[in-house]
Ligand binder design. Structure first.
Ligand SMILES: Cc1ncc(COP(=O)(O)O)c(C=O)c1O
Length: 383
């Protein structure tokens, strides 16, 4: 029976409950199997998931870890990144990208991003690499590229710069598992890729989880050792510094149950993104598109000068929004001593005042999309 929906009914920003309802038999059965076999740490589901994710991404190896932040830290630590090293990171990202650098005692060098894709701007990056070299205080070591909102960074340009300056490129694909650029998928766009299975990510578990992907067998062996306390051939043989950072068997089982639905969910979000684009055309700046590039559509993020007004207006109507991210990393108190202060990264600073992510998930219906887009258009136009 249909009912009239009052315009003040609140709607979810993303709908993990609807996803669970859709996949309940598979997820419940996967959890029950783990409870029955009892191998909670590095059980068979972890290995099965690693091999399926590697195959899907087109990488030779996948190593499951406890979360995406540990994956970044392990990837950098395995390269020997540490004190005196400069790691180039976008300022407009989630804190984990810079945090992993600082945990190892290295220095993040914050770079600006492209105003449309919100990903590392190779021109600004090139300038900052030259500046670090000229200053001579830090050794340029690595670039971390972030595929923000699911949209792949410009890896061809980044690899060219990395080649010129002998830098290691690490892809932070926390938001982009399932994305594609040319004939390669996220996971195979850089020598090493990390991802996150945080519940809100394109492939999310029911807790924390993450993974590293690479074609390099030596790196893969290092990551396996480092996720388990730096063990060698035998369990109590400790050959290097490591972490307690294994992916839980239960989370691996949940991810295995969700994996077959991933492509369909990304396709549904891509259709919703196209729908939002048409409904919002001319009112706000809509997310980027590039030929032969497919986003994983982690978020649908618009840009508008009236961002705070739009967010408040939608909130009053029961429509949640999110701001990723309200403050770029170079202005965060924890990191500001590594940056050059306000005005030094103009695009990142402007984006922090303009971006607004709208309710967006694979199970959203047409009426809800119309309601959200209509509310955005009205809010932009009023006053
Ligand atoms: C760009 C980016 N990098 C890294 C991470 C860290 O992932 P996790 O929360 O699994 O540690 C996230 C998670 O939000 C992220 O968005």
């Amino acid at each position: 029976m249909s009912r009239t929906v009052p315009v003040t009914d609140s709607i979810p920003f993303m709908d993990l409950k609807a996803q669970y309802a859709r996949l309940k038999p598979e997820i419940d059965a996967a959890i029950a199997r783990v409870l029955a076999h009892g191998q909670f740490i590095l059980g068979p589901e972890v290995k099965e998931l690693e091999s399926k994710l590697a195959e899907r991404a087109g990488a030779a190896h996948c190593i499951g870890v406890a979360n995406g932040t540990d994956a970044l830290t392990i990837a950098l630590m395995a390269e020997g990144v540490g004190s005196g090293d400069a790691v180039f990171v976008p300022s407009f990202t989630f804190t984990a990208t810079a945090e992993a650098v600082l945990i190892l005692g290295a220095a993040p060098v914050f770079c600006d991003v492209d105003p449309k894709t919100c990903n590392l701007d190779p021109v600004d990056l090139a300038r900052r690499i030259e500046a670090v070299r000229a200053a001579g205080r830090l050794r340029p070591r690595a670039i971390i590229a972030v595929d923000l909102f699911g949209f792949p960074a410009d890896y061809a340009a980044l690899e060219a710069l990395a080649g010129k300056h002998a830098l290691f490129v690490l892809a932070d694909a926390a938001q982009s598992f399932g994305a594609r650029s040319g004939n390669k998928r996220a996971g195979a766009l850089a020598p090493v890729t990390t991802t996150s299975f945080f519940p809100a990510k394109p492939l999310g578990c029911y807790g924390d989880g993450g993974a590293l992907l690479t074609d390099d067998p030596a790196r893969a062996a290092l990551y396996r050792s480092m996720r388990a306390h730096g063990t060698g051939g035998a369990k109590y043989d400790i050959v290097r510094l490591g972490f307690n950072s294994r992916l839980d068997t239960l989370q691996a089982a949940i991810l295995l149950a969700k994996l077959p639905a991933l492509d369909g969910e990304i396709a549904a979000r891509a259709r919703l993104a196209d729908r939002y684009d048409r409904l919002l055309a001319g009112a706000v700046e809509t997310p980027p598109r590039q030929p032969d590039t497919a986003s994983a559509w982690a978020q649908y993020t618009i840009q508008t000068k009236r961002r705070d007004h739009v967010a408040a207006t939608l909130k009053a109507q029961g429509i949640p929004t999110a701001i990723y991210y309200p403050k770029p990393m170079h202005l965060q108190p924890a990191y500001e001593s590594y940056g050059e202060g306000p005005g030094s990264l103009a695009i990142s600073e402007a984006l922090a005042c303009r971006v607004l992510s709208l309710p967006f998930h694979a199970d959203m219906d047409e009426a809800t999309a119309l309601r959200v887009a209509g509310a955005v258009r009205a809010a932009v136009a009023d006053g």
